[in-house]
Design a protein around this ligand. Structure first.
Ligand SMILES: [Zn+2]
Length: 311
């Protein structure tokens, strides 16, 4: 219950004359441009979306568009409610749009492609379906009279996009604020190589500041991004070290890495999320030639195929 209260307590923070964000467990961006009002993500469920709209109405500011950065339920779970109650144009990146249309795809992916068990079909992993009106592409997009830049940030999800407006970056989960990073132990990823490319891309973006999906707005967000880079390097090196002159299966790698990083897996949800991330690092290792594999008694086993440290 306490967590729930924390989630729905929102506060509107001004960054520039156009750019704001509702600070919460999952941040929601707000852009005011002429008579348009764009929400960047919708919060995890109808109660969060309701709270946001209460503030929007109290302040007499418009709400006309909804930009969903990626198809993770904590970012889109309130969208169906907003679509039902308000006339809104919903924008999302390609591919994420497919998952927003069929949200069970995400829990299926977490369950190795099988239909997931009921425990995974909770509001953190599977929200109500969202109708996407417009697909955005990387670069400059003009929708109605609003021109914004969409930036492709894959790695955390398959086709996540951030939004740049008035020199402010709504970065979604391309990086986590320092406290959120500590809390998660290992950030959720689906592709370890793309995650690093996205983090390096963030360091090259020239803007006034960024709002991450989890964390605070920072004018200079480079040290937060660097901490994310170090965390991913640490996990990758931990796996390579673990596999040095040894063969281990994915389950054993998952268990050992979590033990080392003080992460407790105690639910199907935490198991599925961390297993997906660990599999992303192992896949990166195979693609890079750092990890090789063989089968023994019908078991898939991995090993470090070279020396100890890699970049
Ligand atoms: Zn996410």
């Amino acid at each position: 219950m306490k967590e729930e209260e924390k989630v729905i307590k929102m506060e509107l923070i001004k960054i520039t004359d156009c750019c704001y964000y509702f600070k919460g467990a999952v941040n929601i961006g707000y852009i005011k441009y002429n008579n348009y009002g764009i929400l960047v993500d919708s919060g995890i469920d109808p109660s969060v979306a309701k709270k946001v709209m209460k503030i929007v109405q109290k302040k007499g500011i418009p709400f006309t568009h909804l930009f969903i950065t990626h198809a993770h339920a904590d970012h889109y779970g309130g969208a169906a409610y907003l679509q039902e109650k308000y006339k809104v144009t919903t924008i999302a990146p390609p591919f994420e749009e497919a998952i927003l249309t069929y949200p069970q795809i995400h829990t299926m992916l977490l369950n190795s492609g099988n239909d997931s068990n009921k425990e995974l079909q909770n509001k953190f992993l599977q929200g109500q379906a969202v109708k996407v009106d417009k697909i955005c592409n990387e670069g400059i997009n003009t929708i109605d009279d609003i021109t914004f830049t969409a930036l492709h940030f894959p790695g955390h999800s398959h086709f996540q996009m951030g939004l740049l407006f008035d020199n402010i970056l709504y970065a979604a989960d391309s990086y986590f604020g320092k406290d959120a990073l500590k809390k998660h132990g290992i950030p959720f990823i689906v592709d370890a190589e793309q995650t690093m490319e996205t983090l390096n891309k963030l360091l090259e973006i020239d803007c006034l500041g960024a709002v991450p999906g989890h964390g605070e707005f920072e004018n200079d967000f480079s040290s937060s991004v660097q901490e994310n880079i170090l965390k991913h390097e640490e996990v990758y090196q931990t796996i390579l070290l673990l596999l040095k002159q040894r063969y281990k299966g994915l389950e054993e790698i998952l268990s050992s890495v979590c033990l080392k990083l003080n992460i407790t897996l105690n639910s199907y949800m935490s198991y599925s999320l961390y297993r997906t991330s660990i599999n992303a690092y192992v896949t990166k290792g195979i693609n890079r030639g750092d990890i090789s594999y063989h089968f023994e008694n019908n078991k898939l086993l991995f090993t470090n195929s070279k020396g100890l440290y890699y970049n």
